[in-house]
Design a binder for this molecule. Structure first.
Ligand SMILES: Nc1ncnc2c1ncn2[C@@H]1O[C@H](COP(=O)(O)OP(=O)(O)OP(=O)(O)O)[C@@H](O)[C@H]1O
Ligand SMILES: [Mg+2]
Length: 456
C-alpha cells in the first residue's frame, strides 16, 4: 500500500480565543468584571472585552468550558493548543493542572474528556501517545528521558497511553523533572516553559488515517527581579524566561499586525509554538492575571498582550492521510494513456462547444443587430463559396439567392459599407463581396465587403 497525503480540508479560519482568569485576591482589587466577558480597570478608565473572563467566583471546571470545543475538534483530526500566559504567581500552573497538585486543571479535565468521548464515539481503531518537554533557558529537555534535545525537531520520547489515568500518570511523572523553584512571588514557581502533548492516531477506515496533536503549554511567568528578589541562578532564569516571553511577544505582534515577516526562529519557544500561533491549530490563550493593586502594571501588560493575541488568525486543517492500494505497472501505463486521451478530448470538446456557441450567436442575430467585422470568417466563407462566385461571375444572377444564404455573416459597420449602400439599394438583389474584389448585382460588379442587402 502506498501512503498518500490526502487533500487537507480547510476549516474556517478563526482567531485565537482568549480567556482571562483573575486569581483570587482579598483586598485592593482593582480589576472588576461588571459582566462577562468584559473586564474594567476603573482606576485607569480602561475596559477590555475578551472571549471569556473568569474571576474568583469561577471554578477550574468553568475555566475548562471554552476548551470543550477544542477537544471535539481534536477528536475530529484538528490540532489544538491551550497555553497559559501571565505574571509569575498568577495561577497558570494551577489552572493548567501542571502544578503537580490539583487534579481538576485543564490538562487532567481534557484528558478525561478525550478518553471518555473517544471510547463512546469512535467505532474505529485509535491510539494515543504523550510527550512532555520543557524549555529551560534556551535548552529543550525531554521530561521523560531527562535528555537535552540538540534540535527543536528531535523526536521526544513517546509514551503510549490507553486511558486518562495512564496519561495523567505520565503528566505527573514528567512534572517531577520539571524545573521549579521558590521565589518571593511563588513558592512553586515554574522556571521553564512546559509543553505536554497528546497525539491521537485514528484509523478511520482501511484507507484513511487521522493524526492530531493537542498541546498544553504552561509558560513560565514574566517576572521582575525586584519583586521576586531573585539572585544568582534564579536571577539568570528570570532573565531567560523574560527573553523567551519577549520573543513570543514579538511573534504575537507581527501576527496581530499581519506583518509579512514573523520572527518564529528567534527562540526555541516560538519555533515550537509556530503552528499554535497563526498556523494549523485551534488555539486558546488563558491569560492569568492578578487583580491586586501592587500588580497593576504587570496585569495591564498581560491584558494588552491578550488583546493583541485575539487578533491572530489560525487556519486549522484536518490532518488526514489516505492510503490507496498500489496499481500494477501495466494498468498504471494504460491509465496514463487514458488520462492523456481524456485530456485531449476535453480540449477538443471545449473547442467544439465554442464553435457551437458562436454559431448559436450568429443564428440568433436579428437583422437590426450590429455586426462586428469578422474578416477571418468572411474570408473562409468567400473561400468556401469561391467556386459558386466564379459561376456567378460567369453565369449571371441565377445563384444569387444561394450565395445570399452563405453571406448572412456580414459587416454593416465597415466604413466602406456606407459608400455602397446606395448602390446596393439600387440593386436589391445584389450580394457584395469585398477583399476578394467582387460585388455582384444584377448587372454590376463592385468592390466592397460582403453584405446581405436585407441587413442594411
Ligand atoms: N484561581 C486560583 N485559586 C486558588 N489558588 C490559586 C489560584 N490561582 C493560583 N493559585 C495559587 O497561587 C499559587 C501560584 O500559582 P501558580 O503556581 O499556578 O502560578 P504560576 O502562574 O504558574 O506562576 P509561575 O509563573 O511562577 O510558575 C499557587 O499556590 C496556587 O495554588
Ligand atoms: Mg507555574
Amino acid at each position: 500500500m502506498s501512503l498518500v497525503v490526502a487533500p487537507l480540508v480547510p476549516q474556517q479560519s478563526s482567531h485565537v480565543q482568549v480567556a482571562i482568569r483573575l486569581r483570587p485576591h482579598q483586598d485592593d482589587c482593582i480589576l472588576k468584571v461588571p459582566q462577562h466577558p468584559v473586564l474594567v480597570i476603573p482606576e485607569k478608565k480602561k475596559q477590555y472585552t475578551y472571549d471569556h473572563v473568569f474571576d474568583d467566583t469561577n471554578s477550574n471546571e468553568d475555566v475548562f468550558g471554552p476548551i470543550i470545543p477544542l477537544v471535539q475538534s481534536f477528536l475530529l483530526g484538528y490540532n489544538a493548543t491551550v497555553f497559559a500566559y501571565g505574571q509569575t504567581g498568577s495561577g497558570k500552573s494551577y489552572s493548567m493542572g501542571s502544578d503537580g497538585e490539583n487534579d481538576d486543571g485543564i490538562i487532567p479535565l481534557a484528558l478525561n474528556m478525550i478518553f471518555e468521548r473517544a471510547a463512546s464515539q469512535f467505532q474505529h481503531e485509535y491510539s494515543c501517545h504523550v510527550t512532555f518537554c520543557e524549555i529551560y533557558g534556551d535548552d529543550v529537555r525531554d521530561l521523560f528521558s531527562k535528555q537535552l534535545m540538540t534540535k527543536v525537531t528531535d523526536q521526544l520520547t513517546k509514551q503510549k497511553v490507553t486511558s486518562a489515568d495512564k496519561a495523567r500518570h505520565f503528566l505527573q511523572k514528567g512534572l517531577l523533572h520539571r524545573t521549579t523553584a521558590k521565589t518571593k512571588m511563588n513558592s512553586t514557581s515554574s522556571r521553564s516553559h512546559a509543553i505536554f502533548t497528546l497525539e491521537l492516531h485514528q484509523i478511520v477506515s482501511p484507507t484513511q488515517k487521522l493524526t492530531s496533536k493537542f498541546h498544553f503549554v504552561d509558560l513560565a511567568g514574566s517576572e521582575r527581579p525586584k519583586k521576586t528578589l531573585a539572585e544568582g541562578l534564579r536571577f539568570k532564569e528570570g532573565i531567560n524566561i523574560n527573553k523567551g516571553l519577549l520573543a513570543l511577544g514579538n511573534v504575537m505582534n507581527a501576527l496581530s499586525e499581519k506583518k509579512p515577516y514573523v520572527p518564529y526562529r528567534s527562540s526555541k519557544l516560538t519555533r515550537m509554538l509556530q503552528d499554535a500561533l497563526g498556523g494549523n491549530s485551534q488555539t486558546l490563550m488563558l491569560a492569568c492575571v492578578s487583580p491586586a493593586k501592587a500588580n497593576l502594571n504587570e496585569s495591564l501588560n498581560s491584558l494588552e498582550y491578550a488583546q493583541r493575541t485575539r487578533k491572530i488568525c489560525n487556519n486549522a486543517l484536518v490532518n488526514a492521510q489516505i492510503e490507496r492500494p498500489s496499481i500494477p505497472p501495466l494498468i498504471q501505463s494504460e491509465l496514463e494513456k487514458l488520462r492523456a486521451e481524456i485530456a485531449r478530448l476535453m480540449v477538443e470538446n471545449k473547442n467544439l462547444q465554442d464553435c457551437v456557441a458562436n454559431l448559436t450567436v450568429y443564428r440568433n442575430q436579428k437583422p437590426t443587430q450590429e455586426y462586428i467585422w469578422q474578416s477571418e470568417e468572411v474570408r473562409s466563407i468567400v473561400q468556401a463559396t469561391s467556386t459558386l462566385l466564379y459561376d456567378i461571375v460567369l453565369q449571371g444572377t441565377i445563384y444569387l439567392e444561394r450565395l445570399g444564404v452563405h453571406a448572412c455573416i456580414t459587416v454593416t459597420r465597415h466604413p466602406r459599407t456606407k459608400k455602397f449602400r446606395q448602390a446596393m439599394q439600387a440593386h436589391p438583389m445584389g450580394v457584395f463581396v469585398a477583399n476578394l474584389g467582387f460585388v455582384l448585382s444584377c448587372s454590376f460588379i463592385y468592390c466592397v465587403d460582403i453584405v446581405c442587402p436585407n441587413l442594411l
